[in-house]
Design a protein around this ligand. Sequence first.
Ligand code: UN1
Length: 485
Amino acid sequence: MGTTFTSVNPARPSEVLGTYPEGTAADVDTAVERATEAQQEWARVPTPARAEVIDKCGAILAARKTDFSTLVAREAGKILIEAGGDVQEAIDMAHYVAGLGRAAWGETMPSELPNKMGWTTRQPVGVVGMITPWNFPVAIPSWKCFPALLAGNGIVLKPSEHAPTCAEEFVAALLEAGVPEGLVNLVHGHADPGQALVVHPGVRAVSFTGSVPTGRAVAAAAMATGPRLVSLELGGKNAMIVLPDADLALATDGALFGAFGTAGQRCTSTSRLVVHRDVADELVAALTVRAAALQLGDPTDPTTDVGPVIDLHSAERIDGMVRAALDEGAQATTGATIVELDGCEGGAFYAPTILRGVERTHRIAREEVFGPVLSVIEVDSLDEAIDVVNESEYGLSAAIYTAAIAPALQAVDQINTGIVYVNAPTIGAEIHLPFGGTKHTGNGYREAGRRGIEQFSENKSVYVDYSGRLQRAQIDNRPPVEGGE
Ligand code: UN1
């Protein structure tokens, strides 16, 4: 009997959602073998037929949206309405990816030679190893699994140890939709099975979403034993700029949702409020009143605004960062404390926190918090605001609030992130636009959108010459080189 671990409700850790085996390297071997075998057949299934299975999975998720959402709320601590968004993102992704099954798969190109043509198409990589986080426990596995399946791959998924039940239910929905036995495999556990997965010789592509240090280690290990396709979706230090002409009520709503939605635990969460000094007092005052009124509580209670963070260790880490910011000279206008709630014994709650007086050099202005903490940085101009946004080592998402078109477009042009919002918060990407970031946020791949397929497939360039003779590209249609043939 191997070791096991339990998945618990972060709002009430005495409530156990399930007990799972701690995966071993041998379990990874078995999973990769099964996926390798099943993939051979799956790759021969016509793409529109693969798409139908994915579409059906979307319909199954939609029919059970309430059950799935409640599970997400209980296992990942997301409030019900946001848990529903998580599941909806997977449903949308299923239908979108299914549509791509009948869409253009490549490009056609004219040849430089007569009676010859060229086109590109995509082929499966084989078996994809995936490591997914707990904060979007249905959506993120769906972003990876649906395109990987459409492209004709087998899958071994190692979900977060905080959300194994969501992954189990998601994979059960895939099987019910008609994904062949053995094609999608789950290995549970902490770091070890993930490490075994990314270096497994049978794994041709690795797709990882999580922290920068783990992402670096994953990529280094995967390439040292590779090469393979490695796609990384890492952290963020997302900023919202607010200019003096902005609709401040709108900016308040946006900052509140961006910073405290999902208890600040999205990669896209608004972490820095880069506000023009002229409106800082008014905006921070409004935000403070609203943040202080947010109801912390059990995420399955519809009156709760903010649920727990994922565990007490995380709450303590967040608190440590807030304390360090206060030591560096920041002031908390609200929050800055771990909260204990009746009925949620042992739950990991952190009060929505606004820090004023944060300097660009402070640690809290530079490092990802992954909790409900908003740092306010005051600036005197749009140029300075853009400098602040861009000095982060991350480049996922950014927002600007302004009523004028010129500063909005200047920000869109000059901000170095993968996603920019105008008059909308830094969270809330839609699944048909590419998702991902620049700099330390990733390594150039994008999830979602049409490009989501790229990390799970290889390009194939095809040339067909029907001239009936040898035609030499770069040579035959050019004047001869002097002294040459
Ligand atoms: C994440 O935080 O890892 O754009 C994903 C958003 C969501 C996805 C976030 N649609 O906020």
